[in-house]
Write a protein that binds this ligand. Structure first.
Ligand SMILES: [Zn+2]
Length: 345
């Protein structure tokens, strides 16, 4: 496995080493934060030092033999009435108020998941890609910061064919961004977008529907011959199998990852705004292709997560998108993990 070069996870500088390098007197006049800043400056690319993005943008954890990295693709914000068009405004405002959220704009985040182990390097979804969206399309950058690049990914698993998941499959020229990867997808999902997709039940405008379909069909063509089609409960690597989660899209699929008595689920787009949809699991988001089915799936998956106390991650959970769902009556509450500064070995 490649060594991580991120400043926060590289070997700590011991006090003795500092004194050795600087002389004991130097330590008195040079603060440790300044030393660390200087160390970080040497390790960071100029791009990451001059922009205004927070933190590392990825979070590493383990499930048994698998080393997982939740990678942020960035985020943005949207009007709550656009995201939840069927929810009455007063109910929406009450829920936002309860969650200490701005009633005008709701933050949305996008994640990908890297899975390494068993000789495999699997990327789950690819972010929006080089679309020029502000503060998005950061997956490639964070892969670099993990000492990886697109050529080292042997498998891409696509949870579903929305642009924020497949956009990064393309490079800036519109060609193949992952030249050595096979691309896995639930066969139902691929067939839906490459058939005659009906998005009439979504809440997105006509032009966005057309763009969504065009993007899915274009990516399908660019990767022709590289797709591998999966059944609803396929295993993509030892202990890693699909969770069929239809509704958001017809073949929308998460993952269950089990290894050495440890287990987690990756719920993909089962939830988009967890602060609102955990307490209101029937609230469907405008992007849901079949809203009634999506709500049924959301209820079932959150119930399972809560009943089995499953470690959970997902495409739109707030970074670092690791935590648990707890049942509260007929609804749920998201309990994020406490950040671990050291990557478990
Ligand atoms: Zn999504």
């Amino acid at each position: 496995m490649k060594k991580n070069t991120n400043a926060l996870t590289s070997a700590p500088i011991s006090r003795r080493a500092l004194i050795g390098a600087l002389g004991a007197g130097a330590l008195a006049v040079t603060s440790l934060p300044n030393i660390l800043r200087a160390q970080a400056a040497k390790q960071e690319t100029p791009e990451t030092m001059t922009d205004n993005h927070q933190g590392a943008g990825f979070y590493q954890f383990r499930i048994g033999i698998y080393h997982l990295t939740l990678i942020s693709d960035g985020g943005g914000q949207a009007e709550p009435s656009f995201l939840f068009p069927k929810v009455p405004t007063d109910e929406l405002n009450t829920a936002l108020h309860d969650q200490f959220m701005n009633q005008g704009k709701v933050p949305l985040q996008i994640n990908a998941l890297l899975i390494r182990g068993n000789g495999r390097t699997i990327l789950v979804d690819t972010g929006v890609g080089p679309d020029g969206l502000p503060n998005l399309g950061l997956v490639a950058r964070h892969l670099k910061r993990l000492d990886l690049d697109e050529t080292q990914i042997d498998t891409v698993f696509i949870t579903h064919m929305h642009g924020d998941h497949i956009g990064g499959l393309l490079n800036a020229e519109g060609g193949i961004a992952y030249p050595n990867a096979k691309v896995l997808i639930n066969e139902r999902e691929y067939d839906f977008w490459n058939g005659n997709p009906d998005l009439s039940q979504t809440g997105i405008p006509e032009v966005a529907r057309k763009n969504t379909i065009a993007k899915a069909q274009n990516v399908s063509k660019v990767y022709e011959g590289r797709w591998e089609f999966l059944n609803d409960d396929a295993e993509i690597a030892p202990g890693i199998k699909l969770i069929f989660a239809p509704g958001h899209t017809p073949g929308h699929s998460g993952l269950e990852i089990s290894s050495r008595e440890e287990k987690m689920i990756y719920i993909a787009d089962t939830v988009h705004v967890v602060q609102l949809q955990a307490p209101h699991p029937n609230w469907h988001i405008a992007f849901d292709t079949f809203p009634v089915q999506a709500a049924k799936t959301r209820n079932a998956i959150l119930k399972r997560a809560a009943d089995e106390r499953l470690y959970t991650s997902g495409s739109h959970l707030p970074f670092p998108a690791n935590g648990h769902f707890r049942a509260v009556g007929d609804a749920y509450q998201w309990q994020p993990i406490i950040w671990r500064w050291v990557v478990p070995s």
